[in-house]
Design a binder for this molecule. Sequence first.
Ligand code: ACM
Length: 504
Amino acid sequence: MTRSIFFLTLISISMISCQAPKIQSLADHPFIPYPNQISATDQALSIGAIDQILVAEETLGLGAEIAESWKQLTDQSLEVVTDGAASFQLILEESGQQNEEQYQLQIDNKGITIASGAVVGLYRGWQTLKQLIELRQEAAEKDYLPTGTITDSPDYAYRGTMLDVSRHFFTVDEVKRYIDLIAPYKINYLHLHLSDDQGWRIEIKSWPKLTEIGGTTEVGGGPGGFYTQEQYKDLVAYAQNKHITIVPEIDMPGHTNAALASYAELNCNGTATELYTGTDVGFSTLCVDKEVTYTFVEDVIREISAMTPGPYFHIGGDESHVTPKKDFITFINRVYEILPKYDKIPIGWDEVQLADMPNPSVAQYWANAENALAAKKKGAQLLISPASYAYLDMKYDSLTVSGLKWAGYVPVEKGYSWDPVALVEGIEKEDILGVEAPLWSETVGNSPEMELLAFPRLLGYAEIGWTRPESRNWEAYKARLAQHGKFLDQKAVNFYKSPAVDWK
Ligand code: ACM
């Protein structure tokens, strides 16, 4: 009797241990951005037990995407079903949760659920689960996932990056690849710097010479290029499918030589300028006194806004060194009157605080803390992009080939180790819309060069935007980042293998 109990116990212990091998706890997984709450139960779910995913009508598309990735990542089929008790469930809750990106990912030894009040929250939860599968350890962990519950939501509503497609042009496919690479890190805004002195990059049907002339150059004399309206719409839709919102920027009244070279009437002297392929800044301005300037600006805003479902339109406003201050203020205030007609909220670089900041509006703090404070006092929200911490075009160190150093070197640790709230006295959490890491392309002529500057620093900015400050520290982040080298390698990303990180 005693003997048989002993053997039964032994058998059940061995069965349990066979079903549930000891694997790395959910809390120790190298997630980036790190989730805000993890409650690990330290069991294991067999991936083989997941054979169906339950979706609702609104989540059919996401379910199909998950099933496709599942096959690639686990080599197992996942059937999308719309009723029954599936082992993997996407639950669109009716709760009036405050933050639509909030989600809960629950894994127990029978199955997986992701729950959220919005499809975007389910998508963010899926990115977390995908990292769990993609970065699981080899061998013992290959067939299992650790159990527990992740309850997560972003610290900031806006977590962005900017690509300067004007100084050097980047094709639709190159921008799509960038979108593919940022989506896993829960970045939700992609700001496209679509015009500057060196090139106009978006087709405007009412002003065709902008691209016929202004689109033909770039820094260093390359061929330039532009997006047709169809291509731009395709990019917007591609990003939207990954829950990333495009923010178009038309930089004005300065940084406008490409437009001034395309249309003589935009110049105060009525003569078109020469096209420009250098890298100086601050020498061009639209003619603030001419009414045609505002016709031009409104046409551009109308056409781009019609193709842009997101709430924001970036009007630039930086480094207008040859626009008299009074004219600058007049101009920006006129542009502020145009934007609400097209249902867009203005974002401008921090100099726009000289004008009246409408409510709502956003000032992007890049250089001048006084400007940021003044914009806040006028009622604007702030987008935090301090060049000395968050400019992706700053070199890592003296050995970095592409990039600039006017705001100092930004090694990976410096790029990660700062807090948007602690930068400027008087700027509080509630003043901040979010964080953006811009990548200017004066010295960046192709995608590999762009990737070398963006990665891995962008992962750090993604975490600053998402993860609460109390859960962020360099030592823990560095260990997690090391594991992402494998992921970046798999995607053939030309990332900077910083010696500060012990890459796996
Ligand atoms: C800027 O870097 N000129 C905004």
